[in-house]
Design a binder for this molecule. Structure first.
Ligand SMILES: NC(=O)c1ccc[n+]([C@@H]2O[C@H](COP(=O)([O-])OP(=O)(O)OC[C@H]3O[C@@H](n4cnc5c(N)ncnc54)[C@H](O)[C@@H]3O)[C@@H](O)[C@H]2O)c1
Length: 321
């Protein structure tokens, strides 16, 4: 396959790019490096340092034909999007539209789009793909708007919209992974607390969850990469217009993850409760019935342990002493 990946210098895009490269496929990556890292990019891929909306540059540098486009490029910080609403909508929605129109002009018809659980907003129950979409922040809104744009192009294209829940861990051979500096994710912060004896901040202790801290569904990045790989193969052969939740259908609270880490590593992470953040989602868990029609993930019981270990290994390899 000849694959085009946007945002391939970032955390998830680079991990997926490595999977395609390892399995003998041709990969081209577009990334403006705003948040990505050159060292994540597989050497065997072709890299174009460009914004997705810089059509002149893309016209000059891209191949004539690609089989599938995997669109990861986006600004991804939910909290930041509350302050930079216009920037988020511009980058994630308008620029994505420009890029897709360009792809369509070039005859590219098969797309896999990275959407997010953030499209659902706050829900106290497990959400399926038909649940109400009410994003709490511009980040989720930008994803939802683009999903709807894709659906309107329905007759012209095949697409798979993957609504990721929280993606965790690093590439299996530790060749790429999440940002070490300024990482705001829970697992990034946990690694910091673990290796640097820093106090871990928990935002909010009065959510209506089983222990008062917020609950999320997490998915291991290697499983998510397999999902992309398999849908890329499938979409080449069949007509697909799908929207799918990507999680395991199990929620973990912040406190329960700390406890698991303590147990696994015989450590006592110090934590401190901070006030709940604005527009933070208290409970976000996927109904995964639809995904299970295509995938049966193995070892679900040990996934949390695998995700913790993978994150720690990556952090240890890359931390600056
Ligand atoms: N990380 C998660 O848990 C998670 C959860 C849900 C959805 N997602 C989605 O998955 C995708 C990848 O997320 P990630 O965690 O790898 O983020 P990331 O920030 O590591 O990667 C995004 C990449 O896109 C690039 N980029 C952003 N805007 C661009 C533009 N206009 N032109 C070219 N490049 C641009 C950035 O430089 C970065 O390398 C995003 O679309 C995100 O919304 C991620």
């Amino acid at each position: 396959m000849n694959i085009l990946i946007t945002g391939g210098a970032g955390y998830i895009g680079s991990t997926v790019a490595w999977m395609f490269i390892d399995r003998g496929h041709k990969v081209t990556i577009i990334d403006n490096l705003k948040n990505g890292n050159l060292s994540n990019i597989p050497k065997k891929s072709k890299f174009i340092k460009s914004d997705i909306a810089n059509i002149k540059k893309l016209e000059k540098n891209l191949d004539k034909k690609y089989d599938v486009v995997l669109h990861f490029a986006a600004l991804i910080d939910n909290q930041e999007s509350l302050i930079k609403k216009k920037e988020y909508l511009k980058n994630n929605f308008y620029k994505s539209k420009i890029f897709f129109q360009f792809c369509l002009k070039r005859g590219i018809r098969k797309f896999i789009f990275s959407s997010s659980a953030a499209v659902y907003g706050n829900s106290n129950t497990i959400v399926n793909e038909k649940s109400k979409t009410e994003p709490l922040a511009p980040y989720g809104l930008s994803k939802l708007k683009f999903e709807n744009f894709l659906r309107k192009l329905d007759h012209k294209i095949d697409y798979v919209i993957l609504r990721y829940f929280n993606v965790v861990g690093a590439e299996k051979k530790l060749r790429c992974g999440f940002k070490i500096k300024k990482n705001k994710s829970i697992f990034g912060n946990l690694c910091q607390a673990f290796f640097n004896n820093k106090i871990f901040h928990i935002y909010g202790k009065n959510f209506s969850t089983y222990d008062g801290t917020s609950v999320r569904d997490y998915i291991y990045i290697s499983d998510l990469s397999e999902v992309h790989y398999n849908f890329a193969k499938k979409i080449l052969k069949t007509k697909l217009r799908l929207t799918l939740n990507c999680g395991y259908g199990k929620g973990y609270s912040v406190l329960s993850i700390i406890q698991k880490l303590n147990l696994l590593k015989k450590k006592k992470i110090k934590y401190y409760f901070k006030p709940q953040r604005k527009n933070d989602i208290e409970y976000s868990v996927a109904n995964t019935k639809k995904l299970e029609k295509y995938f049966q993930f193995k070892n679900l019981k040990s996934k949390l342990e695998i995700m913790i270990n993978s994150s720690l290994l990556w952090y240890k390899k890359n931390k600056i002493n």
